[in-house]
Design a protein around this ligand. Structure first.
Ligand code: ZN
Length: 422
């Protein structure tokens, strides 16, 4: 989410957000016991899994006992498609969302009335945490529909008291006009689509709006299997890490290979357990997102721990000539390069027995394309990627606009290794 932050600190739910750690952990334990007990009683596949692992709901005496319980992975949602993991009858659900399955069936998630109330409250909390205030104009360019982004932000913004414009994705020129004419204070969009809107605004000569894009970009985190957006958000005071709403979600960080907890503050895969969801309780859900937890107290006064912006996905990890590479590591190198635009693609091919990585990246629009400059830039970039990421690559500099733009999440990797001949 992107927000022009004005004025004083506003907290949506001060008591919950600043609860002392001891009280917060006592609340977590109470809610965790309730969740496991209810899921064990109501969800047959959940019960079978706990029985197979030799644990019962009352095996959990302290929060630390969570490690004795089995994980949940995304394929279990597909295996129990559509309603097998739900803890309430289908007719008690007010809404269903589904993720776009790239292969086979999508995964379906459901919400009771209580879940929808909780979701709106948590999204209101996120928007307030990022600096939004009642009365702000919220331009919502997240996709509406089965995807949880659009409606998740929509109800949260309304709950907080924002003037909410349900624009959804696409029709970028119309987005620009509406943002200007209706006086947007806050733009809700994926980072790649926000860039797309900014470019179109610039091309349309909307000078005033262009200036507005010199704004604070704030990150919100979530996934539909847990609730949708609303699991964690940055605070505008520190803008360093996202507060995970620990009164509703229990978080762990594990080594994705061994599944063991990592030492405090080290990078690993985020694992989430829902503490208050009714329709679809999740125990130790493996998000595949790579992050680190910040244990230190935050300047904003909130006591909920923070996770760093997600730096990769354990299943997005590319193995290039035996080196583990996250696309986000390459992105981190690219954004540090003056003269480059933040539009890129990683293209992987097989050349003989070897993997070959090409980074296609655009030159910044203001940069006149001259050959000596481009050659030096490409050489510098190759050197930095080798030094920072540990792989050798080719660099292909593209003219502004040559990399395909996205209407949602950007496609950053083209892995052609299966289709190129060995
Ligand atoms: Zn904070």
């Amino acid at each position: 989410m992107t927000s022009a932050v004005r004025g004083e600190m506003f907290m949506f739910d001060r008591a919950a957000e600043t609860m002392p750690r001891e009280a917060l952990e006592a609340l977590q334990l109470h809610r965790l016991k309730e969740t496991i007990g209810r899921a064990y009683a109501k969800v047959a596949p959940f019960r079978r899994k706990l029985d197979a692992a030799g644990v019962k709901p009352d095996s959990l005496k302290t929060l630390a006992d969570i490690v004795r319980f089995p994980f949940t992975v995304k394929s279990e949602l597909r295996d129990n498609f559509p309603f097998g993991l739900f803890a309430v009858p289908r007719e008690h659900m007010l809404r269903l969302h589904a993720s776009s399955g790239t292969t086979g069936k999508p995964t379906v998630v459901g919400y009771t009335r209580g879940d929808l109330e909780l979701w709106a409250d948590l999204m209101a909390r996120c928007i307030a945490c990022m600096g939004g205030k009642p009365g702000d104009v919220f331009h919502n360019a997240y996709g509406y529909g089965l995807f949880t982004g659009g409606l998740g932000f929509h109800y949260g913004a309304e709950r907080l008291g924002l003037t909410t414009i349900p624009v959804s994705g696409g029709g970028t020129e119309r987005q620009v006009m509406l943002m200007q004419d209706l006086g947007a204070h806050i733009l809700g969009a994926t980072p790649s689509y926000a860039l797309n809107i900014a470019e179109v605004a610039s091309a349309m000569g909307r000078r005033e709006l262009e200036d507005k894009f010199a704004i604070k970009a704030m990150d919100v985190y979530g996934l539909s299997e847990i609730i949708g957006p609303g699991v964690a958000s940055e605070c505008h005071q520190a803008q360093h890490g996202l507060h995970i709403w620990e009164d509703h979600f229990l978080c762990e960080v594990i080594d994705p290979e061994t599944a063991e907890p990592v030492p405090s503050g080290e990078a690993g895969e985020l694992v989430l357990t829902t503490l208050t969801k009714e329709a679809l309780p999740m125990l130790r859900y493996r998000t595949r997102d790579i992050t680190r937890l910040i244990e230190e107290p935050c300047a904003c006064g909130r006591t909920h721990r923070r996770m760093l912006r997600v730096t990769g996905r354990s299943d997005d990890m590319l193995i290039i000539r035996g080196v583990n590479v996250y696309p986000s590591q390459v992105e981190a190198v690219l954004v540090g390069f003056p003269g480059l635009a933040p539009h890129y693609q990683l293209v992987l091919t097989r050349q003989g027995p070897m993997d070959a990585l090409a980074i296609e990246v655009e030159l910044a629009p203001a940069r006149p394309r001259d050959e000596p400059f481009a050659a030096k830039m490409a050489a510098d970039l190759r050197h930095h990627v080798k030094a920072m990421v540990g792989v050798t690559c080719d660099v292909v500099l593209k003219a502004p606009g040559e990399i395909p733009r996205s209407q949602g999440k950007a496609v950053r990797v083209k892995d052609l290794r299966q289709t190129t001949k060995p």
